[in-house]
Write a protein that binds this ligand. Structure first.
Ligand SMILES: [Zn+2]
Ligand SMILES: [Zn+2]
Length: 243
């Protein structure tokens, strides 16, 4: 199959004054990650960075104009491909080693990156079989309870392992906003990857159950509110109880 060549790779959707959603237009919507851009007074934060197939900064002026810290919710290829473009990179210590030395196996690219993932190729081409994330060790590791401060907005880091050992979420208590990465989103959760752990995953979802959430912006698919969060948590907890 010959894939067409894309004219542009990313689209940017404005969610509100302080939040934009960046998407990789030619990666299958069932698999591409949500790249969240949060604007702050002193600096911005990018929650995840996509596959890195096309440089983010070359297409998106927003990312060149102001200081941006790039936070990785976890080390999987769909979330960390653009990290190397940013001078400030935050992630959990449990996956720092993978980000410094990514492979197709340790980022799970070998399971998912095939020609079927794409509807077009970038103008500069793409070696799909040879695809790998560029190495980019975190410049700062973050842990449970750390605050990511943007000046006028502050996000608390929640360490919620299970999908992978270093999964982190960002929680803004003032607005009830949760950026949840792949810990929970409105779709099938993955608990069988090489470093997944279901007991940890159960504990993590039980923690989220107690959080007074207004809106959840996940690592994939559409955002949702507290009622849907509880449905998703309970569905998965019951599924795991039947193991
Ligand atoms: Zn993942
Ligand atoms: Zn993902």
């Amino acid at each position: 199959m010959q894939l067409p060549v894309a004219q542009s790779w990313y689209s940017v959707q404005r969610i509100d004054d302080g939040l934009r959603l960046i998407l990789e237009d030619h990666v299958d919507p069932a698999w591409r990650c949500n790249i969240w851009h949060v604007s702050g007074r002193d600096k911005d934060i990018l929650v995840d960075s996509g596959m890195g197939v096309v440089p983010l900064k070359s297409e998106i002026a927003l990312l060149r104009e102001r200081p941006v810290a790039c936070l990785a919710t976890h080390c999987h290829y769909d979330h960390v491909g653009g990290q190397h473009e940013f001078d400030e990179r935050l992630s959990h210590a449990a996956e720092a080693g993978i980000m410094a030395a990514p492979s197709r196996a340790n980022t799970v690219a070998d399971l998912f990156v095939t020609e079927e993932l794409f509807s077009a190729l970038p103008p500069q081409g793409l070696d799909i079989a040879g695809y790998n994330v560029s190495p980019a060790a975190p410049t700062r590791t973050v842990a449970e309870g750390d605050i990511v401060d943007l000046g006028d907005r502050a996000f608390e880091v929640l360490h919620l392992p299970g999908h992978s050992p270093g999964c982190i979420a960002l929680w803004e208590a003032a607005s009830g906003t949760l950026f949840s990465g792949d810990i929970v989103y409105d779709g099938e959760l993955f608990d069988t990857l090489y470093h997944s752990d279901i007991d940890s995953y159960i504990a993590s979802l039980e923690r989220l159950r107690a959080l007074p959430v207004t809106v959840v912006h996940g690592g994939h698919f559409t955002s949702f509110g507290s009622a849907r969060l509880l449905e998703l948590i309970d569905f998965n907890l019951q599924r795991w109880q039947r193991r």
